[in-house]
Design a binder for this molecule. Structure first.
Ligand SMILES: Nc1ncnc2c1ncn2[C@@H]1O[C@H](COP(=O)(O)OP(=O)(O)O)[C@@H](O)[C@H]1O
Ligand SMILES: [Mg+2]
Length: 438
């Protein structure tokens, strides 16, 4: 007899909601003597937002599992799905393939009584400077152009991007320009910054030229704009919103533009959901007085933010342009309704606070002592056994993992289910598989 285990759901919610707003992500491994089989359905709670940390070495199935969770959220019953949005920050350009069915694993899916299927509710955002080129290459890869409003960046953001200190002569010059715009109160773009820099600001020609060159380069990246994409556009309900920033991975050297994008988005999502949560609560209070029901549909849905290889943006002992805002979302985001699904190959290189804030940890195969120790820090509060023992007992298959559920203080060995949609980003093989005789 198999039953459903709901990861992340507390007893009270289980009593009230039963299996409503849960999504299937895998099956529990059952070991009897030497036999290992798959038993209970592992469901993920989608009633409330969670911080889900996926850890595992390269190729263990982290990005794939993120895809499984995003598919799961997008497949929920309509009344639940329309109050949820997924935003995948795609640093590798591998998630647009969710529009296509997973034909290459149709046999594996069959073993799970499922079939490949593509998703229609997918929106791929591409930085506006590259949008036309990508769309021409493949219309499926680009749905909506994306840009960041220049007015959203402070002088210290610009210094972070350019690698200046806010206190050196370059930083001071940038600060003068940006302050002048803040005083004006109007929106501006990079061209306006350059004009003001060259005409109005007192600084040496060498400094001005160096700063101008940086802003000229920033203009070429094709992501900054006067207006910028409103955050609501990236949070379409019942949709998997994918922001592809993979183009910025190699070309910019020291300029950590991806961290900046993540930092700005995290901050805006926190702001908009905090406001929304306040009005939701007000409405809940008023309706409990008047006995009228609350609106079932939210204005701004609960956000699930997906960030792969997150140690790049939250390294232990140093900071990036994403650190402040992203840490806040991880620590404070659940109350206003922001969930996170983050993945890393090196949990040991992640700020320990981040690990302890995660209420669901999906650990695929990890071997380095530093990484195992990092995961053990969470476990030790309720588990006497070393995580190594659980990992050693897992089959050596991609998608095999242990799930630690802080809500129930339980640990489960699990096989993550196959994806409905095509998993992008598979490592290339030097030859195709040999044909088998029929
Ligand atoms: N749950 C799963 N079921 C079946 N195959 C999987 C599963 N998870 C991962 N894989 C396989 O493992 C490969 C590597 O997974 P991926 O998520 O890209 O690894 P990484 O941990 O490096 O992000 C995938 O291309 C896929 O073929
Ligand atoms: Mg990966």
């Amino acid at each position: 007899m198999t039953y459903n285990v709901v990861i992340g759901r507390n007893i009270r919610d289980t009593e009230i909601y039963g299996d409503l707003a849960t999504t299937f992500i895998g099956k529990q491994y059952i070991t009897m003597g030497n036999l290992v089989s798959l038993g209970n359905n592992m469901m993920l709670d989608a009633l409330r937002p969670h911080v889900v940390l996926i850890a595992g070495k390269r190729g263990s199935g982290k990005s794939y599992t993120m895809g499984v969770i995003a598919e799961g959220l997008a497949s929920l019953e309509t009344e639940v799905a329309e109050n949820i949005t997924s935003l995948i920050i795609d640093t590798m350009g591998i998630y647009w393939t969710m529009k296509s069915p997973n034909y290459k694993e149709s046999k594996i899916l069959k073993g799970w009584n499922e079939e490949p299927k593509g998703f229609k509710n997918i929106k791929v955002f591409i930085p506006k400077g590259s949008f036309d080129k990508i769309k021409e290459q493949n219309p499926s890869m680009a749905d909506v152009p994306f840009s960041i409003s220049v007015s959203d960046l402070s002088s210290s953001d610009w210094c972070d991007i350019f690698g200046f200190s806010i206190n050196d002569e370059y930083g001071i010059t940038i600060n003068k320009v940006i302050e002048a715009f803040v005083e004006d109160g109007a929106r501006y773009d990079i061209k306006d910054i350059i004009d003001r820099l060259t005409q109005e600001i007192a600084a040496s020609d060498i400094v001005k030229e160096a700063v101008k060159q940086r802003f000229d380069a920033a203009n070429q990246w094709g992501i900054f704009d006067k207006e910028g994409t409103p955050i609501e556009d990236l949070l379409a309900p019942a949709t998997i919103n994918i922001l592809d920033i993979s183009l910025y991975s190699h070309s910019l050297g020291e300029f950590n533009l991806r961290a900046l994008v993540i930092g700005l988005l995290a901050q805006k999502i926190l702001e908009i959901r905090t406001l929304e949560r306040r009005s939701e609560e007000l409405e809940e209070m008023e309706s409990s007085v008047s006995m009228a029901g609350t609106k079932a549909k939210k204005e701004i849905p609960i956000v699930w933010l997906f960030i792969d290889e997150v140690h790049e943006f939250l390294p232990v002992g140093s900071r990036t342009a994403a650190t402040a805002a992203l840490s806040r979302v991880i620590k404070e985001g659940r109350q206003p309704g922001i969930g996170l699904v983050i993945a890393t190959q090196q949990p040991g290189k992640l700020d320990t606070d981040i690990i302890t804030q995660s209420d669901i940890i999906i650990s695929q195969h990890v071997t380095a002592k530093l990484d195992i120790d990092a995961l053990n820090t969470v476990m030790q509060t309720y588990m006497a056994t070393d995580i190594k023992k659980y990992l050693a007992e897992l089959p050596k298959l991609p998608g095999a993992c242990i799930i630690l559920d802080d809500n129930s203080e339980r640990i489960y060995p699990v096989q993550i289910k196959p994806r409905y949609t095509w998993h992008g980003g598979e490592t290339p093989k030097s030859v195709p598989p040999p044909e088998k005789p029929q």
